[in-house]
Design a protein around this ligand. Sequence first.
Ligand SMILES: NC(=O)c1ccc[n+]([C@@H]2O[C@H](COP(=O)([O-])OP(=O)(O)OC[C@H]3O[C@@H](n4cnc5c(N)ncnc54)[C@H](OP(=O)(O)O)[C@@H]3O)[C@@H](O)[C@H]2O)c1
Length: 284
Amino acid sequence: MSLVVTGATGQLGRLVVSSLLAKGVPADQIVALGRDEERLAALAALGVTTRRVDYADAAGLADALAGADRVLLISGSEVGRRLVQHQNVVDAAKAAGVGLLAYTSIANADTSGLALAAEHRATEEAIVASGLRHAFLRNSWYTDLYTGQVPTYVEHGAVLGAAGDGRVSAATRADLAEAAAAVLLLEEPRAVYELGGAAFTLAELAAAVGEATGTEVAYSDLPAEELTTVLVGAGLPEQYAAVLADADLGLGRGELYVDPADLQVLLGRPATTLAEALSATIGA
Ligand SMILES: NC(=O)c1ccc[n+]([C@@H]2O[C@H](COP(=O)([O-])OP(=O)(O)OC[C@H]3O[C@@H](n4cnc5c(N)ncnc54)[C@H](OP(=O)(O)O)[C@@H]3O)[C@@H](O)[C@H]2O)c1
């Protein structure tokens, strides 16, 4: 069995490779793809096969996927260029005749109004059109995106957002990676998984950060344009800031909410809670 993980040099991909190894997959059955030489070398040190390939390189992908039984396509990070890149992976997977193409998509990809969802929806459509057996891993937001901001929340005593009282089914990258590894190993995976943990509002996030750090942290709800301006002022590129503010609007509409059951079943336990993720971050 040859399992190929694309984007293995990224934060999620590295955790998928670790999860596969932890589940007992022999290292010589895992092929890790990415571009970054240093992170590929770190993966090679785990004993897995590594191949350097860009999603833009159709011929390189055909070589990298030859002989693969199952492939996990981890969505790329170059927003706006991803559909062509993902199509190259789909074409290479089709040419290789893989038995399963799993794809890390976004929560509620078929109906979501988030700007970020458009490329995911189009990729899902391309995968369906390929006729390959597939599993869409529709990941909600990473909890890590919030826990990574704890110092900023504490410094300002505030969580800023534009999500109103919408609930986000955030889950840790580690849990989503473990679930992806589980799907790669299932004999009969489903075509669609909606993956997220126990949902919370951004006001509940602020309260949980306050409790975990022993400080006063409140949620401040802003119009999306104002949030974009604040994020740009904090140093984010304008396009990225606008995408984040747009995602908050989608969160407010409930589009990052999913039932926690799919993730729980794949993990065989409840997903890591926000409070657990916060205490792990603060303890680290
Ligand atoms: N659910 C969420 O909250 C959320 C948040 C952010 C992103 N995402 C999506 O989930 C994906 C994985 O998340 P992550 O945290 O692991 O992101 P990440 O750390 O930025 O990793 C992105 C991975 O994609 C690879 N990649 C990007 N463009 C590529 C290209 N043109 N050719 C080949 N490889 C390419 C990178 O390879 P190199 O580093 O080797 O170049 C890296 O391995 C992201 O790429 C994004 O699509 C989800």
